[in-house]
Design a protein around this ligand. Structure first.
Ligand code: SAM
Length: 231
């Protein structure tokens, strides 16, 4: 059964549409960075890509179009329906399969399976610290040795979410609820994010992205963390 947060995401995708980034056609900057990072090191992606919280396929679809084998995990049936609508009858150079799945549960993926894992603003939705640590261990389990995971998520001082911390009942943990959507998010320090993606994962890149972006009809100074972990 879909959790209350799953239902909140269904409402966001169905009616509210506060998060403009989720509806963009362009691939996420973290994914673009990862592709450039691998290319600069002379590495190619030889194996499946698992996209955790794939939403409407903003990243999964272009990657499958360019020949990759992509598996998208997502709890929102509305988002997955939109993804299928976008795909239509299109023949992809690669493959894209999706599964409705709650990332708080063990991942439906075998050990050492993925060459790449994408987590583009999904881990922040896992607001229960213990379940979030379980998810991090699952990423370490499914990522093959030498594989890479890119994680893009919200920094504690993000300009959109950060100000709500003040009135949040979960302020100490760094969790806020967006009054526009009812969606709860963990806002991370670097140390907190590294505490999720533990060995065998090792962080290779850690950076803070600062940019101006739209959400809920206004422009905000966004601060995201972008980490790359190696399996
Ligand atoms: C901010 S959106 C990002 C979507 C996509 N990664 C992108 O770059 O456009 C976060 C996504 O994570 C999904 N999500 C949140 N919590 C989840 C959970 N517990 N299990 C599975 N998916 C979840 C949401 O439904 C949503 O599609």
């Amino acid at each position: 059964m879909l959790s209350d947060q799953g239902l909140a995401w269904d409402r966001e995708y169905g009616e509210i549409r506060a998060y403009t980034t989720s509806y963009r056609a362009d691939i996420d900057r973290g994914v673009r960075f990862l592709l450039g990072y691998l290319a600069a090191r002379g590495e190619t992606i030889e194996g499946p890509i698992v996209d955790c919280g794939c939403g409407m396929g903003r990243n999964a679809i272009p990657l499958a179009r360019s020949g990759h084998e992509v598996i998208g995990l997502e709890h929102s049936a509305v988002a997955l329906g939109r993804l299928q609508e976008s795909l239509g009858e299109e023949t992809l150079a690669g493959t894209l399969t999706t599964q409705q799945h709650d990332l708080n549960e063990p991942l439906p993926i075998g050990d050492d399976f993925a060459a790449v894992v994408l987590d583009i603003t999904a881990v922040d939705n896992l607001v229960d610290a213990e379940l979030r640590r379980g998810y991090g261990r699952e990423i370490g389990r499914i990522l093959r040795p030498g594989g890479v995971a890119v994680v893009v998520t919200f920094a504690r001082n993000d300009g959109y979410y950060g100000p709500w911390l003040k009135g949040s009942p979960w302020r100490e943990q760094g969790v806020v609820e967006d009054p526009n959507t009812g969606i709860r998010n963990q806002l991370f320090t670097v140390a907190e994010l590294d505490a999720v993606f533990v060995p065998p994962l090792v962080r290779e890149v850690g950076s803070t992205l600062v940019f101006i972006d739209d959400a809920a009809g206004a422009a905000w100074t966004r601060r995201f963390l972008m980490h790359i972990y190696r399996g």
